[in-house]
Design a protein around this ligand. Structure first.
Ligand SMILES: Cc1ncc(C[n+]2csc(CCOP(=O)(O)OP(=O)(O)O)c2C)c(N)n1
Length: 600
């Protein structure tokens, strides 16, 4: 059946039994495809029935579906004419692993970062009203994404509006790890609460027999609230609450969505799903199967940079009870699982709440504790004002372990850590380090932790080439390291670009510097080398605009030094998806490119 579906119109001809067969076929297809391409397996297995029901009842692209994060939208891609390209998922020039406007008219809003769906769907709903259309706007948001502050900001706005907005809360009790926080507990209470159960059966019975739906819709909002379910948190905020219903029961989903389609008010449908549904291994360990690598990937015996951080955290936290480790919902990805297990009193998963994570760390620091915020470069973007206003301005002792800096590969532009050096470098009081290898990273973390004020250590995704890296040594703040002495040409390498710089350095007989610090720069060394060499090249895995090379350029300019300087880094575009190797080659961040630059 799947091969005959070219557009959402095609599924509207099917009966409910056929829809169920289609769900089974899609599930088998997903398991097979994701094994080859890699991708978000468990989240997508959990949303097959929901997505089929949505396309059965609504009419995209006139109606808008906004999938939060967009990582669970594979069935949506399959049903909207992209099945034949699913083998290119997450590959260079292939389909994105998230929703993307430029990819399909059925992708109403692009995503990748969490907790944006209610805001954007509300914007669409309000625009629909202003444009006098009858189109529907639907946000699909997970219970994990609901922990993000933007979701609450959007609910606050939506509940006070008369927008025709349907929010579907896909509750599987999981973020990447187990979901956390009071909201998560509240949702569990909603599902299991005694008072609630009676209300649930009443409201569902009511929904099924809704021939008087038009009359219902005409009733005042207050009355609607009272009839369906009084006093859920959502109701109190002015968003009508329906459910919870079984998110794998297709007939129930179709029936409920058909009913809810008739309404024109802010409303929320709570569905319960199982992450990894239909694949036992994924159901049993949804965290491990949240995102998977292609089955063909060879596992590395070398530690990843995230693991190096995790080990440092364990070693340091074991000896210092002032150390407080904070993650905004990225425990495993950041290498913190073991720390969580061993030192639960010193560990905080605050939910998908980067802004809060940073300011919370600030509060801890004012009381003499020593917070370490582990955060992906791309998600640090969320906490920018908090970093400036709450941490740097008050010069608080917070260590930032910034993971996934530079190009991350298959996740593409939404997840690339391309901008951190640019947006961090302009903030007073910050120290910014970029290690060239695992030993240096460990030393830098030692230094960061024992330096007053906010300090960032930023490192890339992937394996470090060194197995044995623990050390008590520290690195002197602001001191670069000359890795190779040569002639005429000096290459300033930031972070792990050092390896490629050294290869080019051999070929060119160039001086190569492991810069180590983006801020403070080792100014005296740069000036000395600029005065003793004829050509300078900087290389970094960050946007050239405002990046580390720009810092060198500014320094030379300030000292009227005219030695030619070429800046290698990421161009002024949103970077593509592909393997990390492909992308570093594409953007010229390799030895060849350094050599070409020097020769040209
Ligand atoms: C701002 C931001 N922080 C962190 C992430 C990483 N992330 C991707 S999916 C996810 C969990 C989402 O959980 P939920 O919304 O419940 O969806 P599920 O995967 O359980 O279906 C997280 C933390 C992100 N995409 N964006």
């Amino acid at each position: 059946m799947l091969d005959s579906i070219q557009s959402p119109q095609d599924i509207k001809q099917l009966d409910l039994d056929q829809l169920q067969s289609l769900a089974d076929e899609i599930r088998t297809f997903l398991i097979d495809n994701i094994q080859k391409t890699g991708g978000h397996l468990a989240p997508n297995l959990g949303t097959v029935e929901l997505t089929i029901a949505m396309h059965y009842v609504f009419d995209t692209p006139k109606d808008s579906f906004v999938f939060d994060v967009g990582h669970q939208a594979y069935t949506h891609k399959i049903l909207t004419g992209r099945k034949d390209k699913m083998h290119t998922l997450r590959k260079k020039n292939g389909l994105s692993g998230f929703t993307k406007q430029s990819e399909s008219e059925h992708d109403a809003f692009g995503a990748g970062h969490s907790s944006t769906s209610i805001s954007s769907a509300l914007g669409i709903a309000v625009a629909n009203k202003i444009n006098k259309t009858e189109y529907k706007s639907i946000a699909v948001i997970g219970d994990g994404a609901l922990t993000g502050g933007m979701s609450f900001e959007a609910l606050n706005h939506a509940g006070d509006s008369d927008a025709d907005l349907l929010i579907i809360l896909n509750d599987n009790d999981m973020s990447i790890s187990k979901n956390v926080g009071a909201m998560s507990k509240y949702l569990t209470k909603l599902i299991s609460g005694k008072v609630y159960s009676t209300m649930k059966s009443k409201s569902l019975g009511f929904l099924k027999k809704m021939p008087m739906i038009h009359e219902f819709a005409r009733r005042s909002e207050e009355h609607v609230k009272g009839m369906v379910l009084p006093s859920t948190l959502f109701e109190e905020l002015g968003v009508n609450y329906f459910g919870p219903i079984d998110g794998h029961d297709l007939p129930m989903l179709v029936n409920t969505l058909q009913n809810l389609k008739q309404l024109k008010i802010p409303r929320l449908l709570h569905i319960i799903t199982k992450k990894g549904y239909g694949l036992k291994t994924a159901e049993n360990d949804p965290c491990k199967f949240h995102g998977v690598a292609p089955a063909s990937t060879k596992s590395s015996t070398l530690p990843s940079y995230s693991e190096v951080f995790g080990q440092w955290l364990l070693d340091t936290g074991a000896n210092d009870q002032q150390l407080m480790a904070i993650t905004p919902a990225m425990c495993t990805g950041s290498g913190m699982s073991e720390f969580e297990a061993q030192f639960p009193e010193q560990y905080f998963d605050v939910g998908i709440a980067e802004q809060h994570a940073i300011t919370f760390a600030g509060g801890l620091a004012t009381q003499g504790l020593k917070p370490v915020v582990a955060i992906y470069s791309t998600f640090l973007q969320r906490g920018y004002d908090q970093l400036i206003h709450d941490i740097a301005l008050q010069n608080l002792n917070v260590t930032f372990a910034i993971d996934r800096a530079g190009l991350v590969g298959a996740d593409g532009a939404t997840h690339a850590g391309s901008f951190d050096l640019s947006f961090l470098r302009c903030i007073p009081n910050l120290v910014i380090m970029a290690p060239s290898n695992a030993v240096e990273m460990y030393q830098m973390l030692n230094s960061a932790y024992h330096t007053n004020g906010p300090v960032c250590v930023r490192y890339p995704r992937g394996a470090s080439l060194i197995k044995d890296y623990t050390t008590n040594n520290k690195i002197k703040i602001g001191k670069a390291n000359i890795a190779r002495i040569g002639n005429k040409i000096s290459i300033f390498a930031f972070g792990t670009t050092l390896d490629q710089a050294l290869i080019a350095g051999e070929e060119l007989d160039a001086t190569v510097v492991d810069m180590r610090f983006v801020k403070p720069l080792d100014e005296s060394l740069v000036i000395e080398l600029a005065n003793t060499h004829q050509q300078l090249i900087s290389i970094e895995d960050n946007a050239i605009t405002g990046g580390a090379g720009s810092a060198i350029s500014e320094l030379l300019h300030a000292h009227n030094i005219n030695t030619p300087l070429s800046l290698l880094g990421l161009p002024d575009i949103f970077t593509e998806q592909g393997s990390q190797e492909e992308l570093y080659a594409l953007y010229g961040l390799n030895a060849e490119s350094i050599i070409d630059t020097a020769r040209s």
